[in-house]
Design a protein around this ligand. Structure first.
Ligand SMILES: Cc1cc2nc3c(=O)[nH]c(=O)nc-3n(C[C@H](O)[C@H](O)[C@H](O)COP(=O)(O)O)c2cc1C
Length: 413
């Protein structure tokens, strides 16, 4: 019996010991941090995005973070107003070179952002010469203060194809293009990167958002000396959006490029979800900001146990397995209809399903005030399963298939 699964993946011809990577951000900002992350077990690192200070000097706004807390759940999402690295380019390049020297069998990806044609070429060449295994082209930072950078070109197909082609000509290592989610359809943008010569796509960068407002002084947060902005949002809240973009791209036959999935990954189950939607490698920032590098141990162990239990020998076997089940809603099989079934034994009589169905669905739950038990009126039930999602008791509400009764839907008033 195996005790550890083989988590290695091949991405653009490069072997990663496991798919877990730090995404480009403060978690991958310098040699010392990246060395600790490699020691903790991360398979790869995308270094904090490099730019050329001779073209544009980065000055970070302060304060630059705001969190989205929901009820007693803290850090459901994180808003940041950070730009790319403000460290000296030569210091960063030295750190990349040293990391590759000290950790030759770990994967180091240099994230770059040029502000003009020449910058892109210089940054690509400097990174390759320092030993970076791969490049990530940052076309997607949503709060760059310079006009020709970040998300400002994230929807400009021509610039993306042009800059990718410039990088392609400047170096030989594989290129990954990082996409902005602040867009309706990612595929045309990814195709522009492919046209320019990209070997892979990574997504998502952060979503432009506003997380909080100080109700005493009417200032959204982060309060940067009286002003704020809609800036990059990340963490668990963005995972559903990220899964959608990854599955869109995985399902695109025209695109047909390997994907590095990013957005709200915190546990091995999050990681598995992205693999099932087509992510070969997985990148993480916000969970590391909150819990530190050690979370990779739990993710490795969880994914490994899952593979052993199901006799899965390689992550390739399950790559994209769920993505094919995403269809256009017009193609749903509406002959299939269900109704809820409440297990009377398990019902604790809280009445939450009754209230939700009464005020938010089809008034199909009956509640007996004497026995304090809920039951389903099948004639009214449209099988939306709101009751199942609301019920606090595990497996108390299930559902079963019924004959199609289309006219039932017309009963909503
Ligand atoms: C504080 C902060 C700084 C970031 N800086 C960069 C950056 O320099 N380059 C980049 O490509 N992405 C940057 N990102 C985006 C992350 O790499 C990642 O795409 C995003 O946070 C979603 O992943 P997560 O939910 O795991 O954080 C940054 C994110 C945060 C929170």
């Amino acid at each position: 019996m195996r005790t550890k699964a083989d988590l290695s993946v091949n991405f653009c011809g490069i072997k990663f010991k496991n798919p877990f990577c730090l995404s480009s951000s403060p978690v991958s900002n310098a040699y010392e941090m990246c060395a600790r992350a490699f020691d903790a077990g991360w398979g790869g690192i995308v270094y904090k995005t490099l730019g050329l200070e001779s073209t544009f000097k980065i000055v970070m706004p302060s304060p630059r973070l705001s969190v989205y807390n929901y009820g007693d759940k803290k850090f459901v999402g994180l808003q940041n107003a950070e730009q790319i690295s403000d460290r000296n380019i030569n210091d960063n390049i030295k750190d990349i070179a040293l990391l590759k020297k000290q950790y030759p069998d770990k994967v180091l990806i240099s994230s770059i952002m040029g502000y003009n044609d020449e910058d892109w070429a210089i940054l690509a060449k400097m990174s390759e010469d320092a030993g970076a295994d791969m490049l990530e082209l940052n076309f997607s930072c949503p709060q760059m203060a310079i006009r020709s950078a970040g998300h400002r070109i994230g929807q400009d197909y021509e610039s993306i194809a042009n800059y990718t082609a410039i990088v392609r000509n400047a170096c030989k290592i594989p290129i990954m293009a990082k996409m902005t989610p602040n867009i309706t359809d990612m595929i045309p943008v990814a195709l522009a990167a492919k046209e320019g010569g990209a070997d892979a796509i990574s997504a998502i960068n952060t979503i432009k958002a506003i997380t909080d407002i100080d109700i005493d002084n009417y200032t959204p947060l982060p309060n940067i000396k009286g002003h704020s902005a809609a800036t990059g949002f990340s963490g668990p809240s963005v995972k559903p959006v990220a899964l959608r973009f990854i599955s869109d791209m995985y399902n695109s036959k025209k695109l047909d490029l390997p994907l590095s999935a990013i957005g709200g990954i915190e546990t091995w189950i999050d990681a598995l979800h992205f693999i099932l939607m087509g992510g070969t490698t997985l990148q993480v920032t916000t969970a590391v900001l909150r819990y530190g590098y050690r979370i990779v141990e739990d993710m490795i162990e969880g994914l490994s146990d899952y593979m052993i239990e199901r006799n899965i020998n390689s992550l390739d076997e399950i790559l994209g397995k769920a993505a094919g089940k995403i269809v256009d809603p017009a193609d749903f099989n509406t002959q299939y209809q269900v109704v809820s079934v409440i297990d009377e034994e398990k019902c604790i009589g809280c009445g939450q399903c009754y209230i939700s169905c009464h005020d938010g669905a089809n008034q199909a739950i009956k509640f007996d005030p004497e026995t304090r038990k809920a039951s389903v009126d099948e004639e009214r039930c449209v099988g939306c399963l709101l009751c199942k999602h609301i019920c606090p008791v595990l497996d108390c509400v299930s559902y079963r298939e019924v004959d199609t009764k289309v006219d039932k839907h017309a009963a909503i008033f």
